[in-house]
Design a protein around this ligand. Structure first.
Ligand code: FPP
Length: 300
């Protein structure tokens, strides 16, 4: 394994190795602004953004982060950006994969993709397939690129898959889909079934989502999977983001208390029981609302 830089090492040294997140997902934003600030064309921002990808992936692999998912190209990017920019991003992806597969192998990184990748240009799909196969035996960080990805479409695709599987099951049982649903298949459908039908079926949900360039939104990214993720938004633009910033984000994550809708570690039954009993609180509220106890406020 390669070494962390001394600066990275000093942040890593302060982390609790038992609480490294299993999965970090990043919304890479700000390539255009990075270029604009330097009076450069947008495509140079994307090119610089691709450099950041490799730096961050390598730091992730050095700390044994199991899953890193990067939002590289959304369905909306595909539909709403000028054709020239989309075509540049496709070329950049292809050359990124060709240029970095060796480094992925050196760092034990396995490539994976999510999204409607079958709609990407065939030559890009070929290169993606080649990169995935070439890194398929690696056992370190799984790098997932979200490409032509939208979370709502992912949920639509999951529902289609569930219905198609149920239809096939009905046919193989010699009955109709209606019969199968009537016999309880609908009632048995639960959250793990939906999770298993998503593109991310074999991955844990992200523990931490990072968004660069300061925008406070999720932009249709992993909506189902981030239900309980911690979210960190940094003003830093993606082309300026490095491994050290990933480590700082993980340090911030480790300072947070994750509660999953519960009470958290410091809130035990014991200190809940020291709270005032509910009927006492109800009496206090009633008294507070009673006009007689506030004569100055009483209407004449
Ligand atoms: C957002 O910047 C970024 C994208 C739309 C694409 C992300 C692509 C890369 C990081 C480079 C290529 C990636 C790989 C994996 C090779 P923006 O253009 O929306 O920036 P802006 O909001 O400042 O205009």
């Amino acid at each position: 394994m390669h070494e962390l830089s001394p600066e990275e090492g000093s942040i890593y040294g302060q982390l609790d190795p038992s609480r490294i997140p299993q999965h970090v997902a990043i919304i890479m934003d700000g390539n255009g602004r990075w270029a604009g600030k330097r009076a450069l064309k947008r495509f140079l921002g994307h090119q610089q953004g691709a450099e950041s990808v490799q730096f961050v992936v390598e730091t992730a692999s050095r700390i044994d982060l199991p899953f890193l998912t990067l939002y590289a190209f959304s369905l909306e990017n595909n539909l709403r950006r000028p054709k020239s920019e989309v075509s540049f991003l496709m070329k950049l992806l292809k050359s990124y994969l060709i240029g970095n597969v060796k480094r992925m192998n050196d760092n034990n990184v396995r490539m994976n993709y999510i999204g409607r990748t079958h709609e990407l240009p065939p030559e890009v799909q070929d290169t993606m397939q080649w990169a995935m196969e070439s890194t398929g035996k690696n056992t370190g960080t799984t790098l997932t690129l979200a490409l032509n990805y939208g979370a709502r479409t992912e949920i639509v695709d999951a529902l289609r898959k569930i219905l198609a599987d149920l239809t096939a099951e009905a046919h193989s049982n010699g009955c109709s889909l209606e019969d199968l649903l009537g016999a309880g298949a609908l009632d048995r459908l639960d959250e793990p079934d939906i999770s298993r039908a998503l593109y991310t079926a074999r991955m844990p949900d992200p523990d931490l989502v990072i968004r660069t360039s300061g925008e406070q939104r999720i932009s249709n990214f992993l909506l189902w999977q981030i239900a309980y993720a911690e979210i960190l938004i940094t003003d830093r633009l993606w082309p300026d983001f490095r491994g050290i910033h990933l480590l700082e984000a993980i340090a911030d994550y480790q300072r947070r208390e994750r509660r999953y809708g519960g009470l958290g570690e410091n809130q035990t039954d014991e200190n809940v029981s020291t709270l005032e009993p509910a009927d006492q609180v109800a009496d206090e509220i009633k008294q507070e609302l009673d006009p007689q106890s506030h004569p100055a406020l009483t209407r004449r």
